[in-house]
Design a binder for this molecule. Sequence first.
Ligand code: DGJ
Length: 718
Amino acid sequence: MPISFNNERNMFVLQTDNTEYAFQILYGKFPVNLYYGARENAEYKDYEERIVSFAPFHKEHHLSYLPDTAMLEYSGYDSGDYRTSSLKLRNVNGDCATFLYYKGYRIFDGREELPGLPSADADADTKTLEITMEDDLTGAEVKLYYTVFPREDVISRYVKITNNGENKLVIEKCMSLTLDLPRCDLDMISLYGRHYGERNYQRVPLHHGLQSIFSRRGASSHQYNPFFALCDHDAREEEGRAYGFNFVFSGSFADEVEVCQVGRTRIQVGLGEENFQWHLGVGESFVSPEAVMTYSDSGIGKMSRNFHDFVRRRILPPEPFEKRPVVLNTWEACYFKIDEAEMLRFAETAAKYGCDMLVMDDGWFGERHSDWTSLGDWYENKQKFPKGLKSFIDSVKERGIKFGIWVEPEMINAASELYNAHPDWCIHCKDRVRMESRQQLVLDMGNPEVVEYLKDIFSKTFEGCSIDYFKWDMNRNISQAGSAALPPERQGEVYYRYMLGTYELFRWFREKFPNAMIENCAGGGGRYDLGMMKYSTMIWTSDNTLPWDRVRIQYSSMLAYPAATMSCHVANHGGSCEDPRQLRYGWHVAMGGALGYEIHLPNLSDTVKETVKNQIETYRQYEPLILRGDYYSILNPFETNYSAYYYTDGRDFLLSFLQFDEDTENEIILPVSTADANATYLDTVSGKLYSGAELLAGVSAFSDTSRFTSQIWHFVRQ
Ligand code: DGJ
């Protein structure tokens, strides 16, 4: 039973294949955590409080329950707990004290929908526990949801708040997941960065106080990814204990980790309080986004693989095509200089040399000759496409290739027809400067009129067009977060409403173009999150296509997300494609995920074109391992000059070694730790045979003085 209730101990136990989570209802009122860890030999005593002074208490429980140190499943603000709280409700009296008492539970198969929000898909094994709590004074009912995904060792959490009282409430903070651990001897791994340098690996020991990663940008952001992990100080890839956390949401968020006075650690994932507020009228409900957690007692690698399985099975949309298309994208080759004749040259060459799809990037609409204009004017430029979009796309198709197109629906340029017609449709604060970024403003996606306009114009422009793929971009963060469509007291809701409107448009695209695939992009990986993954098959990993930088970006992305989500292109930096070694290196790196190209293929030499064709053909042999296999990292490029990893389906292996900085000549041993000692393997790259014992002991790779040294091995079991 994945979820059970132990009457004698007043305790709930949640089990996945390898993990167990338990909490008890103390005094029939307070849900307190007992255990989160390995399922095997799991043992835990009844709850014991840690006594401290200066802690408020309920008289009837005196020192046996202290909210300030208790291991709470969910913590009300100003209820005697001075740690960071889960929920802050402002009531009609003006105070925010939020007291939550347990009222009952329900266990059911599957899960409920989260209205308007992306969430993980259930299957026959999925079970949900609903815990009802209530604040007696205000009538706020808080339901905690725990959904158990046994096979993936994942438990998800979200909350539903209903105003059953007689007065309106304002939600000022609402976290989706609170977990108190009894220890603090842990490292925190998180991914920080910037545009062009996303998801750097950072690992630091926890310290007393609050450590937090967050976004206040209205997007999950390049600066901090919502994923983080806590692990033993000595945990490595395949050893030690690791807890992983993530958020199924694409807007502002807060991940909080607070080590308190008695060495317990509070972990929280949710919307935070700085960019969030919600007015809850009498009888209304609010459902938070979903947060997820996993645990591994066999290293960080297993934690990552749990999340990889979870994302592939429960988050990503179904693949629309039999094979993931290898795309030729026009951005770095053409920027805004595109027209029908040039695009047809691309289509013809792409088809001839093995690409599956032409993706026409920015520059096809309005007066879009640079990034100063036309976002919002979503109709084709008649000089560039004189016979119209449909006729052009039909011509692409005649060349035997699929077609994808770039859009950036959530944005508007001041220099656009749309802005002239509706200057108040962008997010802005009344009477304040409208700050621009990349010469653009953000549309007020929380305003239903804006979303309807977008549906309408895209319907008209793409009517009858055979589009297989959208690259959905988003190139700035929100600032001056006001909406002309909301009254003054609701301006705090703008960030959250923006995401709800954006998700609504994503769902509309998926319904309107059911056979098309969406590649997500936010100036590269500025929304590399589980919310976007729910609607997009893959994400443009970074605008940085320098392969040696990608080595690091891809390594960190793989801590939380499977290779199938990474859109990876071979690019042509300063003519690098004409150097066979660099072209091969770029290809080896891009085969960390879904391979594509972003080069001016028609203008490149025949040798390059033939090489690209061979690369794509070879990639097709490896693709099932990359997109669906299990991933094992061997070398961390944030700790060494190399990245090394393999993908496996349990039988065959694709092993990659990538040096990404200048180095000396060294021999580096790469153990394939899950090879079968009794099997023989053929490396299809070199034609050499290896015993399983040799793979287990490790194959030799050789570093070099050049930064683009790389090697791959494809071991096929004989
Ligand atoms: C930013 C994206 O990340 C690029 O790949 C490209 O699509 C440009 N936007 C187009 O403006």
